[in-house]
Design a protein around this ligand. Sequence first.
Ligand SMILES: NC(=O)c1ccc[n+]([C@@H]2O[C@H](COP(=O)([O-])OP(=O)(O)OC[C@H]3O[C@@H](n4cnc5c(N)ncnc54)[C@H](O)[C@@H]3O)[C@@H](O)[C@H]2O)c1
Ligand SMILES: C[C@@H](CO)CCC[C@@H](C)[C@H]1CC[C@H]2[C@@H]3[C@H](O)C=C4C[C@@H](O)CC[C@]4(C)[C@H]3CC[C@]12C
Length: 440
Amino acid sequence: MPVEHRVAARGRLRARVVGVVAGRVSVPGMGQEGEGGASGRGRCVGWPALDERRGPLQASLGTLGQRLQPGMADSAQAQKLVYLVTGGCGFLGEHVVRMLLQREPRLGELRVFDRHLGPWLEELKTGPVRVTAIQGDVTEAHEVAAAVAGAHVVIHTAGLVDVFGRASPETIHEVNVQGTRNVIEACVQTGTRFLVYTSSMEVVGPNTKGHPFYRGNEDTLYEAVHRHPYPCSKALAERLVLEANGREVHGGLPLVTCALRPTGIYGEGHQIMRDFYRQGLRLGGWLFRAIPASVEHGRVYVGNVAWMHVLAARELERRAALMGGQVYFCYDGSPYKSYEDFNMEFLGPCGLQLVGARPLLPYWLLVFLAALNALLQWLLRPLVLYAPLLNPYTLAVANTTFTVSTDKAQRHFGYEPLFSWEDSRTRTILWVQAAGSFAQ
Ligand SMILES: NC(=O)c1ccc[n+]([C@@H]2O[C@H](COP(=O)([O-])OP(=O)(O)OC[C@H]3O[C@@H](n4cnc5c(N)ncnc54)[C@H](O)[C@@H]3O)[C@@H](O)[C@H]2O)c1
Ligand SMILES: C[C@@H](CO)CCC[C@@H](C)[C@H]1CC[C@H]2[C@@H]3[C@H](O)C=C4C[C@@H](O)CC[C@]4(C)[C@H]3CC[C@]12C
């Protein structure tokens, strides 16, 4: 049984803590050199502008960023580090947690902060690393501050991922923007110097005009205009994180931040993939093409996204001048395909078929159905939550080419995908098969 007790660090805290454990290690090769400039700043239509008083993004920390804090020497023998992963029980968060345990040799304590703690944390009970599960809410500044206090590195992946209208725009903003602000302020107040933020490709696009982003990189010019609360919130939060780079934290040293922008993540734990699978099973093994095969949608394997987070977090100290204030798309060797064709890479081997070489419905009809769904959602809201996959926003995202081709993370901190496409595919297929065999 886990030992549960109240955390007393720094003032009032409702967060509950469970002690657990795991471990072990390997180190990848490193790249070198650098470049400046973070691009992709979005404009949110109808959303408040950020407070600009802190001035422009601070791109470089010079040698300041290279100074070591006590306990941050570059050796496995050095004092062990305390990592905090917010949203550590989510789809991506769980992979980040497991990856840290496997591949961060300096890990001494791992704090997993989430609104909902997963039962799987129990299985991390044996091993050399202390795992502390903290039930808390990123919108509660005092809970965040208590969890951050004493951590060397924060990986802030908690977020409300909702493009289906389940949550209100205000709630999305509160969790994604205010929650991120709380994390930053907690770092500043408690002296935590290294912050990696899970952003999203949606900070850039697809934009409201449906412009294609074809194999773009972090410097590709693109008109980033958002209307939907989710991408707006991610864009605002990312900006907060980047602008916080260089702020003085408690103790006088500068905060070092960077943001990672995954495209559509897939892999073990991907609920939308599981939903498509179950839908196909309900339809007798058929799925029906709605999006032209020529529309490319960027996808990345969750294990590689987690790996990039771990590497970025690990290298932020050593490469502060280069990485501080930077954004990186998350990429790997996953093939460029349409959203539906890509899903079929996994659903096909699980026995589903995608019907139609071309969309079976004309696009105008899909637009009509998406608008109808939005109307029904609005009409039914007082009675019931109607949140189907198809709405004007998801249709626009699925129907607009958005793919990434970049090596920035490789050049800046030596990232190479840990999992090949074949491995990623096999792991995902096995998970879909297992997840689909549970009750529908
Ligand atoms: N899934 C994707 O395709 C994708 C792509 C790009 C970026 N992202 C980003 O990655 C991050 C993780 O996404 P995910 O797909 O794993 O989503 P998820 O919903 O599976 O995980 C999010 C986690 O955050 C936690 N959380 C939500 N609100 C919280 C709060 N107020 N306080 C504390 N914890 C809270 C949830 O309980 C959950 O465990 C998000 O920031 C998301 O914006 C996801
Ligand atoms: C029109 C339907 C016919 O089959 C298909 C609808 C698919 C949509 C539900 C998904 C298409 C693209 C997805 C999004 C994308 O992969 C990137 C995202 C970024 C991330 O930060 C959050 C998740 C998401 C918005 C993801 C959500 C689901 C899609 C819109």
